[in-house]
Design a protein around this ligand. Structure first.
Ligand code: DAH
Length: 365
């Protein structure tokens, strides 16, 4: 049989298809399950082997020609659609600017600025470190040797290759490596905070693979747990702008601090909503964990090349996202990173709303 006419007709109809829907209808008509060319292919099974040898290649090449024509016509039509869209969406840059500026400062950025402002007032400076870290700074020097079980708890993202010093490379799982970097670079005494992004392979309503922490580190002489507690209390009162913040320190364990404590703050229930402040032991409410902290482990001070008999200190690590949610009443962590303009314009801050202690660090825009 000769399929030239069938092929001719199919190709000319494809060439004439003026939009993607028409083209898709043609694809179904020729090559779909019930399509005419698919039908021809099915007849091959019923032919005897000699006939099949003759007919088979013809039908297959018909199918191939039609399929190629469909693909190239599709490319042409898609390009046309894209060009039309690009032409329609041109922005006239000579138009006047919108009356109200649209951008807002992300609540995380705002909260980081608030935290920096409060700690600056207490004599802390801001330190930074790389987000792509090596396992020595992220783990080993923080008293987590290779076999340490705490390493497994961090759900670390590792890179396939090691660095020039043959150290494993990873995305930092916490801001604590900045402690070590700063001690090594600046020695003691020291008073720093280190806000920034951290990464863990974890994702649900309360965990995102990237989140934010702020690390705090004080290294000096004769530093004790009382200094830590005062600093945390002073910070939290300033941050939440309430005098009635009640702090509860619970014994805990972190390899890089000894002793280690976790801090909870009290909340009360008002109309069923959690409001930070008040003493839960005196009424309705409860405790919310907000940070980990402790006295810097002697071994960490040694790793930093300092003499632990001369220098002591305390450290803390706070989850920024959680703190922002508590302060500004957001309930889904994932919304922070969706980039939804409506959410951002609702929860975002004006660029002019620079947090200052005198102006109130927490005054919403
Ligand atoms: N790095 C810890 C974490 O991510 C938090 C932390 C706990 C930091 C205690 C500290 C600290 O500096 O002293 O879970």
């Amino acid at each position: 049989m000769d399929y030239a006419a069938t092929g001719q007709e199919a190709l000319s109809r494809i060439a004439e298809a003026s939009d993607l829907e028409t083209l898709e209808a043609l694809r179904v008509e020729f090559l779909g399950k019930q399509g005419s060319i698919s039908g021809l292919l099915k007849t091959l099974g019923k032919l005897d082997p000699e006939e099949r040898k003759v007919e088979g290649p013809k039908i297959h090449s018909l199918r191939e020609n039609v399929s190629d024509a469909l693909t190239s016509r599709k490319d042409v039509l898609e390009t046309a659609v894209l060009n039309a869209r690009l032409a329609a969406e041109t922005i006239d840059l000579s138009l006047p600017a919108p009356e109200a500026p649209r951008g807002t400062v992300h609540p995380i950025s705002q909260v980081m600025d608030e935290i920096a402002e409060i700690f600056a007032d207490l004599g802390f400076s801001v330190a930074t470190g790389p987000e792509i870290e090596d396992d020595w700074h992220n783990f080993t020097a923080l008293n987590m040797p290779e076999s340490h079980p705490a390493r497994a708890m961090h759900d670390t993202f590792y890179f396939p290759d090691r660095d020039a010093k043959n150290r494993e490379m990873l995305l930092r799982t916490h801001t604590s490596p900045v402690q070590m970097r700063t001690m090594l670079a600046q020695g003691a005494p020291l008073r720093i905070i280190a806000p920034g992004r951290v990464y863990r392979s974890d994702s649900d309503a309360t965990h995102t693979p990237m989140f934010h922490q702020v690390e705090g580190l004080v290294i000096d002489k004769d530093v004790h747990l009382g200094h830590l507690k005062w600093t945390l209390e002073t910070f939290l009162k300033a941050f939440f702008e309430r005098e009635d913040i009640v702090l509860r320190l619970r014994p805990s364990y972190f390899p890089f601090t000894e002793p280690s404590v976790e801090a909870d703050i009290g909340f009360t229930l008002i109309d069923g909503k959690r409001v930070i402040g008040g003493d839960p032991s005196k009424g309705e409410g409860g405790w919310m964990e907000v940070l980990g902290s402790g006295m810097v482990n002697r071994r960490v001070i040694e790793f930093a090349g300092l003499d632990p008999d001369e220098w002591q200190g305390f450290a803390f690590g706070i989850g920024i996202d959680r703190l922002a949610m508590l302060k500004y009443g957001m309930d889904d962590l994932r919304a922070f990173f969706d980039g939804d303009v409506r959410w951002l314009s609702h929860y975002g801050f004006s660029a002019l709303d620079v947090p200052t202690l005198s102006g109130g660090v927490g005054t919403p825009a």
